[in-house]
Design a protein around this ligand. Structure first.
Ligand SMILES: NC(=O)C[C@H](N)C(=O)O
Length: 381
């Protein structure tokens, strides 16, 4: 698929003011001016009172089986959404469900082609459904959630990403409860205007900020910006009124229906460590459109590597290998005139989210100053 078939533009031209503008669903005219035309009321059986939920299945441990009930590794992803729905309590009183199996893979295999399927699946469902659930492996779920938040303006429709840490065959599998909760969250009016959510282990989080912090534990996802709510005994408790992530830059992908895959500009990640030299930087700088560095601490790289980064003519995002914290602009390398050239601070974004944001900026042909402006939204730049 040639990339020129796809146009990417920004929805929010100014990052500082790039908060989501929610259009009121209320009609414009005042109640007094409305004339009421009597209409035939359909019989009760035909009235749609339940929310309509679309489930998009992609695979992951939640859709997997292992060799025995005590095994939690070496599983195979092969359960369909129908199989998964059969393992959860009856939801027919809560919502009407439709589903679509987009793929059935471990999330290590989610690539741009599948991301586009997810993007298209959501875009097509937004007008027709009250909530969307995406079943996904947890390993790269945070990247998919970040991509969706950066490219889709969901309006009031909640998009709930869900996975599990134990295969369906295991004792105390967490998948059925997680899926049940995700469906209830997507169907609940309190979830409206909250955009991309992640539901796992009874916690509800913002898809933009979530990070997988534990490779094995059921409490795998962590979010320093705080959980948005939790789910206990069939009750959803939000801690805050509807909120969307601060400074999230929205890109609009204008993708023709015929296009089902799209190659984003290539961005690689270099992992910083004691004794790192510029060898890897020099090897990749002509092969990629951009580089992200997982620096030590809050932007620390050896002086020689910093010097070489200032000379590179593609954008280099300084991110962090530490799970928490951020990279402030002040910690970027500078030349004698205080210029950081093509180096950009990632702010709160980890390397994998920085990579996606840089890819979207590159796909939009942003200048280096515009890219810095986008990253300023997350307090980098
Ligand atoms: N818990 C999981 O879902 C991990 C799995 N490897 C995946 O990401 O698909």
């Amino acid at each position: 698929m040639p990339n020129n078939a796809v146009e990417i533009t920004t929805i929010c031209s100014d990052v500082e003011n790039s908060q989501f503008k929610l259009e009121s669903m209320a009609p414009e005219e005042s109640v007094e001016s409305k004339s009421i035309t009597p209409v035939a009321v359909p019989p009760l059986s035909q009235r749609r009172s339940l929310p309509r939920i679309k489930i998009l299945g992609t695979g992951g441990t939640i859709a997997s089986k292992a060799a025995s009930s005590s095994a939690t590794a070496d599983y195979k992803v092969d359960l369909t959404i129908q199989d998964m729905l059969e393992a959860i309590p009856d939801i027919s009183r809560i919502c009407e469900v439709e589903y679509e199996q987009l793929c059935n893979v471990d999330s290590k295999n989610i690539d741009e082609e599948i991301l586009m399927k997810i993007y298209n699946g959501i875009s097509e469902s937004l007008q027709k459904f009250d909530g969307i659930v995406i079943t996904h492996g947890t390993d790269s779920l945070a990247e998919t959630a970040f991509f969706i938040e950066s490219t889709i303006d969901a309006g009031e429709v909640p998009i709930v990403c869900v996975g599990s840490m134990r295969p369906s065959s295991s004792v105390s599998a967490d998948g059925p409860m997680n899926l049940y909760q995700a469906i209830c969250i997507a169907a609940d009016p309190k979830s409206r205007n909250r955009s991309v959510l992640v539901s796992l282990n009874d916690q509800i989080s913002a898809g933009y900020y979530i990070t997988k912090t534990n490779a094995n534990s059921l409490d795998s996802f962590n979010v320093r910006q705080g959980y948005l709510g939790n789910f206990v005994n069939n009750e959803i408790h939000y801690y805050y009124p509807p909120v969307k992530p601060q400074g999230c830059h929205k890109f609009k992908l204008n993708i023709p229906k015929s296009v089902n895959s799209f190659e984003f500009p290539d961005v690689c990640i270099i992992y910083g460590h004691q004794g790192i030299t510029s060898k890897l930087l020099n090897m990749v700088k002509d092969q990629y459109a951009g580089i992200v560095i997982a620096t030590m601490g809050a932007g620390s790289m050896p002086d020689k590597v910093n010097e070489d980064c200032l000379k590179v003519d593609i954008p280099i995002v300084y991110s962090k290998r530490s799970m928490d914290g951020m990279i402030p602009r002040a910690n970027l390398p500078k030349d004698a005139n205080g210029d950081s050239h093509n180096c950009i601070a990632s702010g709160y974004l980890n390397p994998e989210k920085s990579r996606i944001l840089l890819q979207l900026c590159l796909a939009c042909n942003y200048s280096i100053d515009e890219m810095k402006h986008v990253f300023r939204g997350v307090y980098g730049g």
